[in-house]
Design a binder for this molecule. Structure first.
Ligand code: PGA
Length: 255
């Protein structure tokens, strides 16, 4: 069956010292947790410069680590960019996020750019957490299904079935990210089921059933359990609440 995943996207937060402290605290609290969380894959996405230090202080048998982004070029004269190859050369790293709505909105990342990034991530043996989600005006105009269908058709639905085995999808309604507004369990489940159905149509039932689809957008200890109990919600991509070890652990434990 598909993996249950709780991932923490730290975004542009923490200093080196804070990142090490937060990762150490999460590692310790997870080890001490009274609940058996062995069936939940936990992944941390710290800022680029701290990935290696974070990997150093966690038990990598229990917690995975990844980057929040990668460049859309393999290497060369792209000042300030970080390539998939660089990330993959940090031995402990197994994942990258691609297509977060903040990258799409603030850095103009189109489906074409995101497809280049996905290809580079996969070539470098990184599992890709691919984000999709509609803006508030799109939801209000009842266009959310169309938006998500285009976001996926232009990118991951073009992959081969074997490449898809290295993709995790995160549904993150833009209006719920960092706003404190969460999609209702019904709204989230409805979109997750829609995404799984797209996978069925493009690949097959077995593959569709094997891909983890995470919810993101103001997921916190008080709503995680209700969200994760939905049949097509396989965990969460957590922003704000991932910066507090206690909240993050509670979200993991709510599975
Ligand atoms: P949030 O962010 O939990 O702070 O809403 C989620 C995300 O952007 O991944």
């Amino acid at each position: 069956m598909r993996k249950k995943i709780v991932a923490g996207n730290w975004k542009m937060n923490t200093t080196l010292e804070q990142a090490i402290m937060l990762a150490s605290e999460i590692d310790l609290k997870l080890a001490e947790s009274k609940k058996n969380n062995d069936d939940v894959t936990v992944i941390l996405f710290p800022p680029f410069p701290f990935i290696h230090d974070v990997a150093d202080v966690i038990n990598l048998d229990k917690i995975g680590v990844g980057s929040q982004n990668i460049a859309n070029h393999p290497e060369g004269a792209f000042t300030g960019e970080v390539s998939a190859k660089m990330i993959a050369s940090i031995q402990e790293v197994g994942y990258t996020i691609i297509g977060h709505s903040e990258r799409r909105a603030y850095y103009g990342e189109t489906s074409e750019i995101l497809s280049q990034k996905i290809a580079l991530g996969l070539e470098n043996n990184l599992d890709v957490v691919f984000c999709c989600g509609e803006k508030l005006e799109e939801r209000e105009a009842n266009k959310h299904f169309d938006v998500i269908k285009s976001q996926l058709s232009e990118t991951i639905l073009k992959l081969s079935a074997s490449q898809m085995q290295h993709i995790v999808i995160a549904y993150e309604p833009v209006w719920a990210i960092g706003t404190g507004k969460t999609a209702s369990t019904e709204q989230a489940q409805e979109v997750h089921a829609f995404i799984r159905n797209l996978l069925k149509e493009n690949f097959d039932v077995a593959l569709a059933d094997s891909v983890s689809i995470l919810y993101g957008g103001s997921c916190k200890p008080t709503n995680a359990q209700a969200l994760f109990s939905q049949p097509d919600i396989d965990g969460g991509l957590i922003g704000g609440a991932a910066l507090k070890a206690d909240d993050f652990i509670q979200i993991i434990e709510s599975y």
